[in-house]
Design a binder for this molecule. Structure first.
Ligand code: PRP
Length: 216
């Protein structure tokens, strides 16, 4: 039975869209309620917090997973990416009070020591380092928009989808970073061992995604 981990929260609907489009069983997923293990049509779906999905895969509890590359980039776990589904699109960005743009328009040295709040502490540090800037990272588990509002960070490094949360908190995108979308990933060792069982699932998803891309 293929076991696939899926993130709870706002990207679950996009995951179900891919699963359904690929012809995999999805009826029980559509009405999942508070269940965290969903068995249907020869598949087992495990519903986990997005940041825990890489652990479920690396520990061998799930063979495949759909998860955003914001999460896989932040995790220290080695995963094989099999497919960019193109769904759940959003992007990582530095956001802050609009006047912060001036500081970003200047030389990189004007950003040294910037206080950055983020759930994505490793990705935030890497992104600033790629611009040659050392910053102070403040790690929060959510609601990071609070930090600049309360004055204990200059900006945030976070995902932006509709931009509604930024707007509601008086913040704006200062600099756009990586694009994010849902990826199909696997544990490299398990993929090799179980390829004959998993191949049909992976190929069905690829076929669905590629057909949709051709249509657009
Ligand atoms: C994410 C992210 C932003 C928000 C962006 O938070 O951290 O806060 O969504 O989405 P938007 O651009 O559509 O407003 P999430 O809802 O996952 O909750 P969290 O802040 O508790 O992590």
């Amino acid at each position: 039975m293929p076991i696939m981990a899926l993130p709870t929260g706002r990207s679950l609907d996009s995951c179900i869209e891919v699963i359904e489009g690929a012809g995999l069983p999805s009826k029980n997923l559509r009405s999942v309620g508070r269940n965290l293990v969903v068995d249907e049509g020869g598949y087992r779906y495990l519903l986990g917090k997005p940041s825990d999905i890489p652990t479920l895969v690396s520990q061998g509890l799930a063979e495949l997973a759909l998860v955003g590359n914001d999460v896989t980039d932040e995790s220290e776990v080695e995963l094989t990416e099999l497919l960019d589904t193109g769904r759940g699109r959003c992007f990582m960005a530095i956001a802050g009070p609009p006047e912060l743009t001036l500081r970003f328009d200047g030389h990189a040295s004007s950003l040294m020591g910037l206080r950055v709040a983020s759930k994505y502490q490793h990705s935030a540090r890497r992104t600033f380092e790629s611009w040659g800037v050392q910053v102070k990272i403040l790690h929060l588990n959510g609601s990071v928009e609070l930090a600049p509002a309360l004055g204990f960070a200059d900006c945030i490094f976070d995902i932006v989808q509709t931009g509604g949360t930024l707007k509601a908190n008086g913040l704006a995108v200062i600099k756009r970073a990586q694009d994010v979308s849902l990826r199909l990933v696997a544990n490299p060792g398990i993929l090799q061992l179980r390829w004959e069982t998993l191949r049909g699932t992976v190929e069905a998803m690829k076929k669905f995604v590629n057909a949709r891309q051709t249509e657009v």
